[in-house]
Design a protein around this ligand. Structure first.
Ligand code: ZN
Ligand code: MN
Length: 484
């Protein structure tokens, strides 16, 4: 184990999935649109226009703040953050500064044994100081000779959350982002796709002797656009700082840029301090009032949260950790699981097995989410009961899943119509066995000469003749009897 520990805080910007921008009626998501096609006088800051707050932004922020166990301020304010940059035509960003919408809060990360230094799972509490809403700026692109500016992203609603210096490794930082992404999708407030910049992350990294309680100067890593890249960039930076300290150098408060193509960190400009932004109250907007009545309206649709549901799945259904993790990875999937367990009224682990092996494969192959399946929870439960009752065998059950999905008809109806029910009628099987033996005299001879392993091959032939409907145990018994 290293003599140093890392101290990491993450600053995240989350793009909300509202239809329109935060202060005007331009379309919010322009990922597929040509540059400068979703803009208007408000989001490009022309003189004489006034911003109007989009209510949906506040509602989504209240949901996230509550899910992060933060306090929602009954009155919060917008402020101007002043700076000059070509992608910011107004010369300031409308943000929230000293009285933001949410204050305090935390996310408890269950860190699995596989990511734990001593091989034991633990829970890391990651605190956030505050949660605020703000508008996004535009985007600049450089081709080496000229700089191009796209204002489409100006005024796109963002939530900014900054964690305390609570994370202790690159792995924990990656875990935090994974859990945050899960939560955002679960609440349905952001697509949270890092590759599309719906979720952006800067990382503050410092090191200190293991067990120390003071903070050393930190560096800030920018421009990381996948969870894997965050993990890799932080790992690089921790190693760089350890090497520097061991060589007797001081760590300076650099801003670093992650170069994904070359897996290296490059030094950027030095950072502005808060005072450089000349924050003051936004005079064109009213304070944001979130009274108890409105808060109640928003929170009445609050779902059970992913980590709580994961915990409940462990206890209530006695599922292994692995199953509970996968089944709660998406809200749809966990709803589907529970609905199937209710409809089936049998062993939840059996439902989990079918879901994780067969239904998940179907979802991947067909590019569907669980709520889009024609193989509904009652239909999946019906398939399981048909197998339990020995009406069909397991492999027929599995092939039935695709047939239900293709047709939308009930499993029992398909079994009936296609004659899939298992044949456990002795004489029917006996006839087929006799026919197989008659057709394969050489194999019968080998078997009788001592090559008894051929029995599996004979069973296979009988199953093939009967299109998988024979009870294989019974077929084997009859084969052994007639061959013996
Ligand atoms: Zn606009
Ligand atoms: Mn920000």
């Amino acid at each position: 184990m290293s003599d140093y520990e890392a101290v990491i805080g993450l600053e995240t910007h989350i793009q909300l999935n509202t239809t329109t921008k935060i202060f005007c009626s331009c379309k919010a998501d322009s990922w597929f649109d040509p540059p400068n096609t979703n803009i208007c006088p408000v989001c490009t800051g022309l003189p004489g226009v006034l911003p109007v707050l989009n209510q949906a932004v506040v509602e989504k922020a209240v949901l996230l703040a509550t899910a992060m166990h933060a306090e929602v301020r009954p009155v919060s304010y917008f402020d101007r953050k002043n700076y000059f940059y070509p992608d910011l035509p107004k010369g300031y960003q409308i943000s929230q500064y000293d009285q933001p919408l949410g204050s305090g809060g935390y996310l408890d990360l269950p860190v699995p044994a596989t990511s734990s230094p001593d091989g034991r799972p633990y829970v890391r509490r990651v605190t956030i100081h505050k949660l605020h809403i703000e508008e996004d700026a535009g985007k600049t692109k450089n081709d080496g000779r000229q700089r191009f500016i796209d204002f489409n992203r100006c005024g796109v609603p963002l939530i900014e959350m900054v964690t305390g210096p609570d994370l202790r490794s690159a792995d924990e930082a990656a875990q935090y982002l994974t859990r945050l992404r899960q939560l955002l999708r679960w609440l349905g407030i952001s697509e949270a796709d890092m590759e599309k910049a719906h979720l952006r992350c800067d990382a503050n990294v410092s090191i200190r002797p293991r067990g120390a309680d003071y903070l050393n100067p930190k560096t800030e890593i920018k421009n990381v656009n996948s969870i894997e890249a965050v993990r890799e960039a932080i790992q690089h930076e921790i190693q760089r700082q350890i090497r520097a300290v061991e060589a007797g150098q001081r760590i300076e408060a650099w801003t670093l840029e992650w170069d994904e193509d070359n897996s290296e960190l490059r030094k950027m400009r030095s950072k502005e301090t808060e005072a450089d932004y000349r924050y003051f109250r936004e005079p064109d907007l009213l304070p944001v009032y979130v009274d108890e009545q409105w808060k109640w309206e928003i929170l009445k649709d609050m779902p059970e949260l992913p980590l709580e549901r994961r915990q409940r799945f462990l206890q209530e259904y006695e599922l292994p950790e692995y199953d509970a993790e996968i089944l709660t990875s998406e809200r749809n999937l966990s709803d589907y699981f529970e609905a199937t367990v209710r409809a089936y009224a049998g062993d939840p682990k059996r439902v989990s097995n079918w879901l994780m092996n067969d239904v998940l494969r179907m979802l991947n192959d067909r590019g569907l989410t669980a709520d889009q399946l024609k193989l509904t929870p009652p239909f999946l439960a019906e398939v399981l009961r048909l197998v339990d009752a020995n009406t069909i065998n397991t492999s027929t059950g599995k092939s039935l899943l695709g047939k239900v999905e293709d047709s939308g008809r009930s499993p029992a109806a398909i079994v009936e119509q296609e004659g899939l029910a298992k044949v456990s009628d002795d004489s029917a099987i006996r006839n087929v066995v006799q026919a197989v033996l008659d057709a394969n005299p050489k194999e019968v001879e080998s078997y009788r000469a001592g090559k008894v392993t051929l029995i599996g091959w004979f069973v296979g032939q009988v199953m093939k003749q009967m299109r998988g409907k024979a009870d294989p145990g019974m077929a084997r018994q009859i084969l052994e009897e007639l061959l013996g």
